[in-house]
Each structure stands twice: as structure tokens, then as C-alpha cells.
Design a protein around this ligand. Structure first.
Ligand code: RP5
Length: 164
């Protein structure tokens, strides 16, 4: 059996991040974009992080979506290990509402960017859409699907608020 690497890797620091990161997976499913999903922790499984980053280009990954909470070093460390674009998702935390995650991911030093999304579920969903937009640059069929998705979202917004 040959392992074919999908274009998108969704990685997260913990199983507890999955309910948030599933938003990214769901929108990739909607758009027909294959992905893999892995638990990779900067602190608990640093060797796994290193191997994932070291092999990302050769395996053919084109975008990495990385979610973590608290001392959220996963996206930045991944960006330091691979030139594959990293989209960071700050997972909401109980103690500091995800502001800790946001600052940990956002404030990268010059030279190693992470495209940082909003805190929580909206950020995860937008990470999936950002990945789609990047891939659509070289995939006309996906570009059409993404355009249609955006049109459908706009069409679903009512003109007026309802009391229901
Ligand atoms: C981070 O610590 C993870 O990304 C997660 O958001 C947070 C808490 O992890 P658990 O204690 O729930 O496994 O590394």
C-alpha cells in the first residue's frame, strides 16, 4: 500500500484541541480537500514535532494548520522547522480565554512567520478556508468550489434580523 500525503496537515497539541480543530477539517471536507490530522505537541512530543517539520517538504505537504492552547509553541516551532506555510490557530483556554494562545502564536520573531487566525472555532474554520485559498492558486477546480462556497455563505445571510 502506498501512502499518499495529502496537501494539508492539521496538527494540534492535544486531543483536547480536536473539537476546535475539527472546524478546519470540516470545511476542508466541504471543499473536497484531502488532509491528515495528527497530535503533535511542542512540549510533550518534541521529537514528533521535529520529524513532522523535517519531512514536511519531502512528503509533499503544501500547508500546515497548527492549533494549540496556552503556551502555544507548536505553530511557531513548526514554522522554524519547515518552509511549508504554517497557519496558526489559538485554541481557547479556560484560564486566560485563549489570549495566552493568541500571543504565543502571533508574536513570532522576524524571519519565521505564522499566519495567525482568531481565537477558537472561528479561527479554525478560517484556517481551513485560508488553506483552501492558498491551494486554489494552483487548482482551478478548487478555486471554483471555493468561489461557490463563498457565494453560498453570502446568500445565506438574511437581509433583516428575525425575532426567532
Ligand atoms: C497545549 O496544552 C494543547 O495544545 C492544549 O490546548 C493545552 C492543554 O492540553 P491538555 O492538558 O488538554 O492535553 O499543549
Amino acid at each position: 500500500m502506498t501512502d499518499i500525503t495529502p496537501p494539508v496537515g492539521i496538527i494540534m497539541g492535544s486531543q483536547s484541541d480536536w473539537p476546535t480543530m475539527r472546524e478546519a477539517a470540516d470545511v476542508l471536507d466541504e471543499l473536497g480537500i484531502p488532509y491528515e490530522k495528527k497530535i503533535v505537541s511542542a512540549h510533550r512530543t518534541p521529537d514528533r514535532l521535529w520529524d513532522y517539520g523535517k519531512t514536511a517538504v519531502d512528503r509533499g505537504l503544501q500547508v500546515i494548520i497548527a492549533g494549540a492552547g496556552g503556551a502555544a509553541h507548536l505553530p511557531g516551532m513548526m514554522a522554524s522547522k519547515t518552509r511549508v506555510p504554517v497557519i496558526g490557530v489559538p485554541v481557547q483556554t479556560q484560564a486566560l480565554s485563549g489570549v495566552d494562545s493568541l500571543y504565543s502564536i502571533l508574536q513570532m520573531p522576524r524571519g519565521f512567520p505564522v499566519a495567525t487566525m482568531a481565537i477558537g472555532a472561528a479561527g479554525a474554520k478560517n484556517a481551513g478556508l485560508m488553506a483552501a485559498g492558498i491551494l486554489a492558486l494552483n487548482d482551478p477546480a478548487l478555486a471554483q468550489r471555493l468561489d461557490a462556497w463563498r457565494v453560498a455563505l453570502s446568500a445565506s445571510i438574511p437581509d433583516e434580523p428575525s425575532d426567532e
